[in-house]
Design a protein around this ligand. Structure first.
Ligand code: PLP
Length: 394
């Protein structure tokens, strides 16, 4: 008889090393049981959000060492219990720091399923269903923005900061496509513009894209934290006079600290006049596109060339879930494609544009769409604004 006593079992006694299904099941059920208890306790308003300990003390409470000999499965479960106990309960009804909080259980179920499928978003052949699922969810997001779904593009990225980088890099490519191959040698001094209250990742993208943080100008905001369009246009004109090439304007829809909404329509007029790429950083505020009542705060977003939208913030999808969306299809491939022939062979039995890995600046890409797809399917649109529900129920 095979044992299912977790005290006596170690990892090599269960699947796939042995066929001991009852031991395997016992281990996984112990973990599931732990998770269920965690979720139940986390949702209890009278429980603590955090039991704080200083680092040295914490190291005594939780055994974080990697031992020389394998630990029993029972010990692993006990270790995990402690790890959960001393962490921050981000799904606690009274937890509001940071911008992603709450635990949407349907989205979490998607994340559990994602972990078990354990695949990569390189190509259609390794991820047939998820590649199509990603396209379907992107289509929904383009619709929410108001773009032509036959002509738009997008990619899920590891966070809004990286999504902003995708946008700036694509903007540079659309204006100076040769820089992909030649670097910045023939390119004039580029500059970018963003409000003084915008997210720091815009400056970081400017550093990475060879624009330079000093050439990424902070535009003044009004007393409510919105970018002042006249100040933007004045700065653009000054830069042009100095011989610089204005490339990119970032309009923030929901600033990270104040939750201010830059006037997109007015800024879009300026970008059209000066032929500058308009990016809307709606990492935080994108969720309001689903609200008939508050959508007006993003009026004009359909005029943007690119949009960053983090469903892991206002919409309540699990971390990490972030998309960079483009009004023009094809640009991401042109800009990021490296055609590595061990992965992205051109002679496959399907349309190779499904091999989305070649539009990414990453190689492997985590599946961040399953948890969003299943959550979105489970609700009517404005129910997805969990963060608003949470505030109003407090
Ligand atoms: C949170 C935020 C970001 C960064 O998103 P991450 O997913 O944390 O990388 C960018 N812009 C704005 C406006 C944000 O609020």
């Amino acid at each position: 008889m095979e044992s299912n006593d977790l005290k006596k079992l170690i990892a090599k006694d269960i699947l796939p090393q042995t066929q001991n299904w009852s031991g395997t099941e016992r281990f996984l059920m112990a973990i599931v049981d732990l998770l269920l208890r965690y979720i139940k306790e986390e949702n209890d308003r009278s429980s603590k959000i955090l039991e704080f300990h200083h680092p040295a003390e914490m190291l005594k409470l939780v055994d974080l060492s990697i031992p020389d000999q394998p630990e029993s499965l029972e010990k692993l479960v006990k270790d995990c219990e402690k790890v959960l106990r001393y962490g921050v309960k981000t799904g606690h009804p009274r937890f509001f720091n940071q911008i992603s909080c709450g635990l949407d259980l349907v989205s979490m179920a998607g994340e559990w399923l994602t972990a078990t499928c354990n695949t990569n978003m390189f190509t259609y052949e390794i991820s047939p269903v998820f590649i199509l699922m990603e396209k379907e969810v992107l289509r929904k997001m383009w619709e929410c923005i108001g773009w032509d779904t036959e002509k738009s593009d997008g990619i899920f990225a590891p966070g809004g900061a990286v999504a902003n980088l995708y946008a700036m890099n694509a903007a540079r490519h659309s204006m100076f496509p040769r820089s992909k191959h030649l670097g910045m040698k023939d390119v004039p001094t580029l500059c970018a513009f963003t409000s003084e209250d915008s997210h720091y990742s815009i400056k970081s993208a400017a550093a990475v894209c060879g624009i330079g943080t000093d050439n990424c100008f902070n535009i003044q905001t009004d007393s409510t934290g919105r970018m002042i369009p006249e100040a933007l246009e004045k700065k653009i004109c000054e830069c042009k006079k100095e011989g610089m090439a204005p490339l990119f304007v970032c309009c923030t829809a929901g600033t990270t600290v104040y939750g201010a909404w830059d006037p997109i329509d007015k800024i879009a007029d300026i970008c059209e006049r000066h032929r500058i790429w308009l990016h809307v950083d709606a990492a935080w505020g994108g969720g309001l596109l689903l609200s008939p009542e508050y959508r007006y705060k993003l009026a004009g977003i359909e005029r943007a060339n690119s949009v960053t939208w983090n469903p892991h913030k206002l919409m309540g999808a699990l971390l990490q879930c972030s998309a960079c969306l483009f009004r023009q299809d094809g640009l991401l491939f042109q800009c990021n494609q490296m055609s590595a022939d061990y992965l992205f062979m051109q002679d496959k039995p399907y349309d190779v544009s499904y091999d989305t890995g070649d539009k990414a600046i990453q190689c492997g890409r985590h599946n961040d769409v399953f948890k969003l797809w299943i959550m979105w399917k489970s609700k009517v649109c404005n129910e997805l604004l969990t963060k608003f529900d949470r505030f109003s129920s407090e």
